[in-house]
Ligand binder design. Structure first.
Ligand code: NAP
Length: 287
């Protein structure tokens, strides 16, 4: 198996070739950093399912062709990641109600010749909050930094669970306002949102800030994080600036690994209708 497959590989794919076991994939650009195949392959192996998951680096103009190829080749399902979550929604036959509202999908299941899109980032985030912090998302006042695909998923989940307050800050203010209007939440100017951290229970980073080792934290008044829960959905080899900052100021902080685990487990359940082996998947992420 290759580390990363491309559109060229899909064009040359032979059902009976060496890649015949690959029936699932994560599709993104870039995709090299994704821990998704390791996690899903551990689950497949644990349950004795005769299929493998692989990473597919697909550029935006190639997405429609790739999707048609996955379907024609008899794939069972896909995870969709940056930057394709919005475009992929328009390429599937059906989307569930939550994903339609969010306007983005991160999971596709192929069933009876049809492709069904859903968004497991939203419930995956909620499960991760419960697991890591021992609190129900719906009880918390939340500040969400970022109104892209992930920020929208988290904000809709917060509304769904009736969070008592939802504040949204985004670099481009128009996007924060649009999302806040949709949810009857409150939009905050990007340079002022930090100060609102002390008005909430949970602060969420849903921007890519933190992916780069030299990235700064979106919070400029770290003292206001004291006593809060901080969820940075970014994860990587290093601790993000926000997580470091939060811990240093007496907050309980976590990175995005638990969200990755739970969105992946929910995707697995959709593909196979089986209880995902959560502990096996978690161990694969740790290693
Ligand atoms: P996206 O749709 O491209 O949205 C990116 C968001 O971040 C936008 O709100 C954008 O603001 C903002 N942003 C980008 N660069 C910024 C910067 N330098 N400073 C401030 N704001 C910036 O991406 P996404 O799908 O929401 O993903 C966001 C991050 O979450 C990614 O790093 C992704 O890997 C991570 N993620 C993790 C999980 C998980 O399971 N842990 C799941 C989903 C996503 P503008 O509107 O101003 O451009």
């Amino acid at each position: 198996m290759k580390e990363i497959y491309t559109i060229e590989d899909l064009r040359a794919w032979r059902a009976g070739g060496p890649e015949r076991e690959i029936r699932l994939g994560v599709v993104g650009d870039p995709v090299a950093h994704s821990l998704s195949p390791a996690m899903q392959n551990a689950a497949l192996q644990a349950l004795g399912i005769d299929a493998r998951d692989a990473a597919f680096q697909v550029r935006a103009p190639e997405l429609a062709e790739a999707m048609a190829a996955f379907r024609a080749l008899g794939f069972l399902g896909l995870n969709v990641t940056v930057p394709h979550k919005v475009a992929a929604l328009r390429l599937v036959d059906e989307v569930d109600q939550l994903a339609a509202k969010i306007g983005a999908i991160n999971t596709i299941a192929f069933r009876d010749g049809r492709s069904i899109g859903s968004n497991t980032d939203a419930p995956g985030f909620s499960r991760a909050v419960r697991e890591v912090f021992g609190r129900a998302l719906g009880e918390m006042r939340v500040l969400i930094m970022g109104a892209g695909g992930a920020g929208r998923a988290i904000a809709f989940q917060c509304r769904r669970e009736c969070c008592p307050e939802i504040l949204i800050g985004n670099r481009s203010s128009e996007r924060a306002k649009t999302l806040a209007d949709e949810l009857k939440a409150k939009a905050l100017p990007w340079d002022e949102m930090s100060r609102n951290a002390r008005e909430v229970d949970l602060v969420v980073n849903a921007t890519p800030l933190g992916l780069g080792a030299a990235d700064v934290s979106p919070i400029v008044t770290p003292e206001y994080l004291s006593g809060r829960y901080v969820f940075d959905i970014v994860y990587g080899a290093h601790e993000t600036a926000l997580v470091k900052q939060a811990k240093a100021h007496g907050a309980r902080a976590t990175d995005g690994r638990a969200m990755l685990l739970h969105q992946g487990a929910l995707a697995f359940a959709q593909w196979f209708g089986l209880e995902p082996p959560l502990e096996v998947m978690r161990a694969a992420l740790r290693s």
